[in-house]
Design a protein around this ligand. Structure first.
Ligand code: ATP
Length: 361
């Protein structure tokens, strides 16, 4: 009943198409993140699931049930927005109790449920505090609690953590995941923050310009991006992509990167597919999956910038079309002006069609 199917979903605002055909199956009890840059259509999709917007065409099913014409209040969904919607003149307890009370739940049950949800969201000491005396962080926790207490089978969250501070966001990521594990709702979570999507979601639907780019587990979209948009968008920094042409060598198929020389041979499992590629390709590898090759084979590039973030070092190499980033867990002793020879881990290399942007294979 709580599975969600979006079928050929389209949303137009006058002559602007915000969502161009979305097909997505979200399983009962699944935590699905809708991830993408601002304006890609995440909230539009969410609003249609919630029943706040009508699709221009296409279908939304909850289980087998078509949601066309079913108003929000009858969809059985809980919804938390970026801007917490809570009653500022009420206490935390009254805010939490509001929904069950409206439904006519007995007082003893309301007390039990308020107690349980407050405990889970660490709101117990604040239950009698007036909402207008609380920080933004806590208000968002109350807003989540107020929706969660209704135990909706489908829980929709649209950027719920974007207004809270970074430390609190980290805590809330864990709490939201625990909340979902406990209640086993189907959760749809809109975010532009890949860290949120990667840490919480069972699967991520990556969107851009009103088009679903890829659906997969966090590791799938990280390791096997379907196209160059996903390759660049997922990961911080995103995947390195260098333009070149497949070329045969006595060691196997390599990519001729022009002035950068040739790559190490491609892994056998992708070489055959790349051999048949019609034109230029993009040679992709993750910044985290490189080693420094001392005098050995690799891409020889000048160091242009070094960022140290705690123990992590992000080294910027080359410029323009040859710009590459490499991430190391320690200080590798590189400085601006030196030349580094970096070797991508062979298993991590991915190749894309430079024309279509799609992953080859
Ligand atoms: P954000 O994180 O910025 O909200 P989003 O991915 O959630 O981004 P949407 O809010 O779904 O994006 O908007 C998708 C596109 O549709 C945007 O270009 C937006 O300007 C447009 N849009 C959304 N709602 C309307 C509306 N009511 N009328 C006209 N255009 C709209």
């Amino acid at each position: 009943m709580s599975a969600i199917h979006l079928q050929n979903l389209v949303k137009k605002f006058s002559d602007f198409t915000a969502l161009k055909t979305m097909d997505l199956a979200i399983a009962d009890g699944e935590f699905m993140a809708l991830l993408g840059p601002s304006g890609c259509g995440k909230s539009t999709t969410m609003n249609m699931i919630a029943g706040m917007e009508e699709p221009t065409s296409g279908k939304i099913l909850f289980g087998e049930r078509d949601m066309e014409g079913v108003p929000m209040a009858r969809r059985g969904v809980g919804f938390v927005f970026q801007n917490y919607a809570i009653f500022s003149h009420m206490s935390v307890r009254q805010n939490l109790a509001y929904g069950p009370k409206m439904r006519g739940a007995p007082k003893a049950e309301i007390d039990r449920r308020v107690g349980a949800i407050a405990e889970m969201l660490q709101l117990t000491p604040l239950l009698d505090r007036k909402a207008d005396r609380l920080s933004v962080n806590i208000l968002q926790r109350v807003a989540i609690g107020r929706s969660a207490i209704m135990e909706p089978a489908i829980f929709l969250l649209d950027e719920p953590l974007s207004n809270v501070d970074a430390a609190f966001r980290a805590v809330m990521r864990t709490e939201l995941k625990q909340l979902q594990r406990q209640f086993r709702q189907t959760m749809v979570y809109v975010t532009h923050d890949q860290l949120e999507a990667m840490t919480m979601a069972d699967r991520i639907a990556v969107m851009d310009h009103g088009v679903l780019q890829q659906v997969g587990t966090p590791l799938e979209v990280y390791n096997n991006p379907a196209n160059v948009f996903v390759a660049r968008f997922i990961g911080a920094p995103g995947m390195n992509l260098l333009r070149g042409r497949p070329a045969e060598s006595d060691r196997g198929l390599v990519i001729d990167l022009g002035p950068l020389g040739v790559t190490p041979p491609l892994p056998a499992e992708i070489a055959d597919a790349v051999r048949g590629a019609p034109g230029d390709v993009l040679y992709g590898f993750r910044p985290e999956q490189v080693t420094l090759a001392e005098g050995g084979r690799g891409l020889s590039l000048p160091v242009t910038f070094v960022e140290r973030i705690g123990a992590r070092t992000i080294v910027h190499l080359g410029q323009g079309e040859s710009a590459v980033k490499a991430v190391f867990d320690n200080d590798v002793g590189l400085a601006i002006g030196l030349t580094a020879v970096v070797a991508p881990a062979v298993h991590s290399v991915r190749v894309f069609d430079a024309g279509t942007g799609r992953a080859i294979k």
